[in-house]
Design a protein around this ligand. Sequence first.
Ligand code: F6P
Length: 325
Amino acid sequence: MKKTKNIGVLTSGGDGPGMNAAIRASVRTAIYYGYKVFGIYQGYTGLIHDKITELTSRDVGGIINRGGTILQTSRCKEFREYNGRKCAFENMKKYDMNALIVIGGDGSFRGLHDLINEFKIQGIGLPGTIDNDLFGTDFTIGFDTAVNTALDAIDRIRDTATSHARLFIIEVMGRHSGYLAEYSGIGGGAEDILIPETITDIKKICDKLEKGHRNGKRSSILVVAEGDEAGNAFEIKKKIEKVVNWEIRVSILGHIQRGGSPMAIDRLIATRMGYEAVLAIKRGETDKMVGMDKDTAILTPLKKTWTIKKKIDPSLVKMLDILST
Ligand code: F6P
């Protein structure tokens, strides 16, 4: 491994609260250890099209509390091709940069892994996604804030649901992952959660809803992950209203889950991960992701973060089932 010269930092894919805290920590730690740091704007798009600026400690001041990402982001199709990555590498050479810190999700890590192996650069990933779907970390940056945002919405919906005696089907984000649905469903006291990791049994759900109704429940809430195999919230509504004789409303929470000031947990894990990323680069580590295993920062080979499926704990699903009677 060549000696690290300059370090580039970028955010890629869907943004999430806490990304700015991770940028701040990586930039300041890198400067502390004598590296020059470049901020790359709009993710891999900025690396290909030279949207690159040197960052000072002052440039990352006053951002730890801000949602979104000051470096902006993109889902960059060009970077999926070898030629796109070659252009990116040429720009890295231009700035004498041979190490990258990439804050993003699985798609961003696949790109980083390819860049590392094709051009022998050094790269460390930080898990930045509200989906919490990366193997190698208990929590990803943005997940906790997104759960809190969803919970706030669920609590508000519960008020109106109870007033009107309605069933609400609330759709949260998660194209391939049910973490957000599971955590916000448990925290919001939902009657059930519908997630891509488990087979949705509409009949069982309807039986449960009707039983609850008979037992005097005035409202019910189902939390659906957008990627549930039984369909989206409107499709689920159609299936349920064939069986249950109740007024049903749908609420899609959408992108509000991605915004907002990061909660304490996101600020803390993002800060620790940003700090650890630079220490890892300094030690010569590469092709790895920094994650949190309980209270300890750990490294996992990048490829494992998306090839090993992070499992939803089935005992939590069972617990929700028992508690929602
Ligand atoms: O970043 C993850 C995520 O928020 C998913 O939960 C969601 O399915 C997707 O991004 C939405 O992406 P976009 O903002 O590009 O529509």
